[in-house]
Write a protein that binds this ligand. Structure first.
Ligand code: DX5
Ligand code: ZN
Length: 221
């Protein structure tokens, strides 16, 4: 069995029962909980923010992996870490002060992550690799769950692994968007350490048994 970590995306969970859903996927074998924060500006969708993360945190027994899809995320770094983010991931396109922001995240005791839209070149994040604990490769256009996996993005996973092997940094390579039992193998073969999965985990019955079956199917690849 591969050692890949699974981070179910709460975006596909039942929002009226988020704490319960978190507990169920944790019991079902999730390694991290992926939280998608959207501002209706950086992406054409709105989800949740600090107050909800803060109220969920006491119910979380595994890391909260917070993916900020918001403009000027530097405005809220402290608030998200106070709210309970274990990993805080910023989009390179959303800020002009990425370096300072990543340093700030680490100085406040959280893990720093960087990510990029499918159309953005890896060259833009290359200078920051020694400052991050996580690089998130988007394999869909950020904004919505349930989209089709963009296979051409897999090259970024390979390149990030190569750079890490060459000593560029010590980061997890995480993949987000369209991860299913059909696409997970390509990601793992290319070097992914963490798979975000929304629909692939939360599809079907809202039971621990179903979530366990879905998570196991991804882990067994
Ligand atoms: C998209 C989000 C993803 C999304 C993944 O902007 O970042 O985390 O929820 O959903 P699936 O796994 O359904 O593609
Ligand atoms: Zn995400």
């Amino acid at each position: 069995m591969s050692k890949v970590l699974i981070a179910p995306s709460l975006l596909s969970a039942d929002f009226s029962e988020l704490a319960i859903e978190m507990k169920k996927v944790t019991e079902a074998g999730a390694d991290w909980l992926h939280v998608d924060v959207m501002d209706g500006n950086f992406v054409p969708n709105l989800t949740l923010g600090m107050p909800i993360i803060k109220s969920l945190k006491p119910h979380a027994t595994i890391p909260l992996d917070v993916h900020l899809m918001i403009e000027k995320p530097e405005r809220y770094i402290e608030s998200f870490i106070d709210a309970g983010a274990s990993y805080l991931t910023l989009h390179v396109e959303a800020t002009t002060v990425l370096k300072e922001s990543l340093i700030k995240i680490r100085s406040l005791g959280a893990k720093a992550g960087v990510t990029l839209r499918p159309g953005t070149s890896l060259d833009l994040i290359k200078p920051f690799l020694s400052l991050v604990d996580l690089v998130l490769v988007m394999t869909v256009e950020p904004g919505f769950g349930g989209q089709r996996f963009m296979i051409e993005q897999v090259e970024k996973i390979r390149q990030l692994k190569k750079w890490r092997d060459e000593g560029a940094g010590n980061y997890f390579i995480e993949v987000d968007g369209g991860v299913t039992v059909l696409t997970a193998k390509t990601c793992i073969d290319a070097g992914a350490d963490v798979l975000v999965a929304g629909s692939a985990v939360f599809n079907g019955e809202k039971s621990v048994a179903n979530y366990q079956k879905n998570i196991q199917a991804l882990k067994e690849i």
